[in-house]
Design a protein around this ligand. Structure first.
Ligand code: TLP
Length: 341
């Protein structure tokens, strides 16, 4: 039985073209800035998001944390959504590594949330921490891969600038966002001071993320990357796969169509609730509120039937489509899950 893995878009395997490019990559010592493949990737990444410079990092988490570290001083505050990845899934690194406090806001990414940002910005009083950074996430992972429009990002950016805040975008899946919004990634990134995006999610590379921003910002982030032990040497072997991923993003449209088809199928099952309005990219959140099984038991039954998905909170299951599943696989998934329900 073929296992269909929808736990995350991080599970894709490198394509034969990627493996060949990795084998043939021209490399050098990147800590000396001498890896030509990394240099090409960083240049292309910066151009793609419309920033002056970019830095290749091993993971999205490191990219986000370098952004926090570079933008903020110790004891300062970062405003982010209560559902943000930096808050939930980065091992409290904001506090551990940068000594910053995350100030979480419910519904930050909605129109109401954005217009209320100023309520969360600290007054300049000697006994309050300084608010330094606004951290947005597009698409919003715990929001079911929902997107924030360029207009919404512009509102956030203008407000942030009014209060002299920096803006960082956790754009792990910003290519999915741009596709859903029918715009370029640069049309979103222009409302940020820094942006992190992942090669290892929807873009389908085995490893790696990019942090982009001004030349000065990236120079500083490069030093912090070394501090964290992220100075990699002949890492062009990985950048080579990343270059292919960054230049071939057309399969994302299939991922989005597959997520829609999956969502429609799941919503037709008894006891399963899917908010179709939130199925905007490559994720489906299925609430099992009236289902006969709690999440853990459902996931186990699904795994036995050859379908892997992940838990998202107490009553919700997350399915993520990606390059290594096709429309036929989605049909198989629905057949297998129908048997469970
Ligand atoms: N997200 C992973 C898990 O950590 C939840 C996933 O499977 O979705 N920002 C966002 C929005 C992310 O979704 C992720 C990974 C990251 C940052 C971190 O990337 P990595 O895993 O490369 O450190």
């Amino acid at each position: 039985m073929k296992i269909i893995d929808l736990r995350s878009d991080t599970v894709t395997k490198p394509t034969p073209a990627m493996r060949q490019a990795m084998a043939e990559a021209e490399v050098g010592d990147d800590v000396y800035g001498e890896d030509p493949t990394v240099n090409r990737l960083e240049k292309l990444a910066a151009e793609t998001v419309g920033k002056e410079a970019a830095l290749f990092v091993p993971s999205g988490s490191m990219g986000n944390q370098l952004a926090l570290m570079t933008h903020c001083g110790r004891g300062e505050e970062v405003i982010c959504d209560v559902d943000a990845h930096v808050f939930h899934y980065e091992m409290a690194a904001a506090g551990v590594l940068s000594g910053v406090q995350l100030h979480t806001v419910r519904g930050l990414h909605t129109d109401e949330g954005l217009s209320a940002i100023s309520d969360h910005i600290r007054e300049p009083l000697s006994y309050l921490p300084k608010t330094r950074l606004l951290c947005l996430e597009n698409t919003l992972n715990r929001g079911g891969g929902s997107v924030m429009s360029a207009e919404q990002m512009a509102v956030a950016y203008r407000l942030a600038k009014e209060y002299r805040l920096q803006v960082h975008l956790d754009g792990a899946r910003v290519f999915n966002a741009a596709l859903a919004l029918q715009c370029e990634v640069a049309d979103l990134a222009c409302y940020t001071d820094s942006v992190m995006f992942c090669l290892s999610k929807g873009l389908g590379a085995p490893i790696g993320s990019l942090l982009a921003g001004s030349k000065e910002f990236i120079e500083c982030a490069r030093r912090y990357r070394k501090l964290l032990g992220g100075g990699m040497r002949q890492v062009g072997v990985l950048a080579a796969a990343g270059l292919i991923a960054l230049q071939n993003t057309s399969h994302l449209a299939d991922d989005h169509a597959n997520a829609k088809a999956l969502a429609e199928g799941l919503a037709s099952f008894p006891g399963v609730n899917v908010n179709m309005a939130k199925v905007q990219t490559n994720m489906v959140m299925a609430r099992l509120e009236d289902s006969p099984y709690p999440v853990g038991e459902f996931l186990q039954k699904a795994a036995t039937a050859g379908v892997l998905a992940g838990p998202m909170g107490r009553d919700t299951v997350r399915f993520v489509t990606h390059r290594d599943v096709n429309a036929g696989d989605i049909k198989v998934v629905l057949e297998r899950l129908e048997n469970i329900f």
